[in-house]
Design a protein around this ligand. Structure first.
Ligand SMILES: C[S@@+](CC[C@H](N)C(=O)[O-])C[C@H]1O[C@@H](n2cnc3c(N)ncnc32)[C@H](O)[C@@H]1O
Length: 468
């Protein structure tokens, strides 16, 4: 698969998976300052050991979802996608605000452009926290209205700074900021609150920062969020999610993927924009099929609880969810973890694979090259990574194999050899493949040695990585 290019906001910490071109800035003041989605994560019984790719629409609650997900899996990359460019700019601003803030109260002050007095601070410190798996959002009634009101009675709001920062019309009231902005959900007048989400206490819907839940649950979750934003590759893409959805899944197909959909899958949005149904269709197919149908994507859709639609079990946020992968996918997931950079080739010797895949490697940012073409390939090109994909195991003679390895080694700083392991239970009798020592005799000591599983053994394939 070749490197994908998108419009959006280029960020400092990206890992080279995509190219992102900066969009023209827009400023109409029409976006969600805060969220009213509700979320409950069905924590799996055992934490996920593989790194997850988080994709999500860039509404403010996405930060909470990332925080909750990070309690069960480390994150490989985060991809925020929004059809509203200003929403994306706001999401970027929220990330920067988290990073600038020393603690949760400092964050709220910077976000709302307020200064709390000591009474407000003591009220905030006394707020009870939600469960680890929960994000607060719109409900008919919650118990936080009085405390919200007391906090608003004990602060100073800088309306000029708010307008200059957000370009949003906001009036301070005794229990929140009354904001007017056109939104895709047609809730164009709402209250922005620190923690209260109680519809019956307000004239309009409250949209909340969710203080006390998600990344604002406590100082540990807040600091973890800062660490995630500092260290995890982050992409901010301006697009209709349904347009780029398949590409996003395919380019991350060897990692578990979770997708934050907010309330986009409900009838209200899908009848306005029927293309959104493709998110359900593509996930339902790629997220449930199994060998001989590929890809077998491990994808789970996370939705706003208030409008959650039914989904096949394998792609739904349920406790017992377990996505099975065939041996082929498990092996490629291992290989793809060793790939670095965006100019990569995968050397294969089986013409029918090349034809079946229409000449496109399944690995991200990687092109297929047939062995014979590679052997006669001239010029001083180098590649970020070269994957040598089971050649001896498919009958390539030893002298050619040696030539390929030496040539590939000289053309890349990151050579990854995937080969049938002749010492494994799967191949020892038939004498197929190579041994670790045979490869070491050609290239010397590897940087990493790993094994890809078979059906009845864990070391069917050798994965040897040579990194300079
Ligand atoms: C569906 S809206 C709902 C807002 C929500 N109730 C909240 O609490 O923030 C969620 C996000 O989806 C974005 N969005 C709407 N349609 C989209 C689309 N087709 N592709 C990508 N993002 C979209 C909106 O801009 C917004 O940021």
């Amino acid at each position: 698969m070749e490197q994908l290019e998108f419009q959006g906001i280029p960020c400092g910490n990206q890992d080279g998976l995509y190219v992102v071109y900066r969009c023209e800035n827009s400023r109409s003041g029409n976006y969600y300052f805060l969220s009213n989605d509700q979320f409950r994560f069905k924590l799996p019984k055992s934490p996920n050991v593989a790194e997850t790719v988080m994709i999500g629409v860039a509404n403010p609650h996405f930060l909470h979802i990332i925080s909750i997900y990070s309690t069960v899996s480390s994150l490989k990359r985060i991809i925020a996608v929004d059809a509203n460019h200003e929403q994306l700019i706001h999401f970027n601003r929220l990330c920067a605000t988290v990073l600038q803030s020393s603690n949760r109260i400092d964050y709220l002050q910077r976000l709302f452009k307020v200064r709390f007095n000591s009474k407000a601070i003591s009220k905030l410190n006394g707020v009870s926290t939600s469960k680890i798996d929960e994000v607060r959002g719109g409900v008919e009634r919650d118990p936080y209205f009085l405390v919200e009101k007391e906090i608003w009675g004990n602060l100073h709001f800088d309306d000029e700074c708010f307008w200059n920062t957000y370009g949003l019309k906001a009036n301070v009231s005794d229990s929140g900021l009354l904001i007017q902005a056109d939104t895709v959900g047609d809730i164009n007048t709402y209250f922005a609150t620190f923690l209260c989400c109680s519809r019956s206490d307000y004239e309009f819907w409250p949209f909340t920062a969710g203080y006390g839940s998600g990344f604002l649950q406590n100082e540990i979750t807040f600091n973890r969020m800062k660490e995630i934003l500092r260290t995890t590759p982050l992409y901010m893409l301006h697009a209709d999610l349904s347009d780029i959805y398949s590409d996003l899944l395919l380019s991350n197909r060897y990692s578990p993927i979770s997708v934050w959909c907010s309330n986009l899958l409900c009838d209200y949005f899908t009848s306005k924009n029927p293309a959104l149904r493709q998110i359900i269709q593509v996930s339902s197919t790629l997220g449930t099929q199994f060998e001989p149908e590929f890809p077998e994507i491990d994808v789970v859709l996370l939705q706003d609880e208030r409008t959650r639609i039914m989904l096949p079990k394998l792609i739904d946020n349920i406790k017992s969810r377990f996505r099975k992968w065939s041996v082929h996918t498990k092996n490629f997931a291992k290989v793809s973890n060793y790939i670095r950079g965006n100019k990569n080739i995968e050397i294969i010797s089986v013409r029918s694979w090349f034809n079946a895949d229409q000449g496109k490697s399944k690995l991200a940012n990687t092109k297929y090259i047939m062995l014979d073409d590679f052997l006669v390939f001239e010029g001083d090109s180098t590649f970020s990574s070269i994957v040598v994909h089971i050649l001896q195991g498919h009958g390539v003679p030893t002298e050619n194999y040696e030539k390929v390895l030496l040539k590939a080694y000289s053309m890349s700083e990151n050579l990854i050899i995937l080969e049938h392991n002749r010492s494994s239970k799967d191949f020892v009798r038939q004498k197929i493949g190579v041994t670790i020592d045979e490869i070491r005799d050609i290239l010397g000591m590897e940087s990493f040695l790993d094994f890809g599983p078979g059906v009845s053994c864990d070391d069917r394939n050798l994965i040897m990585v040579y990194r300079k």
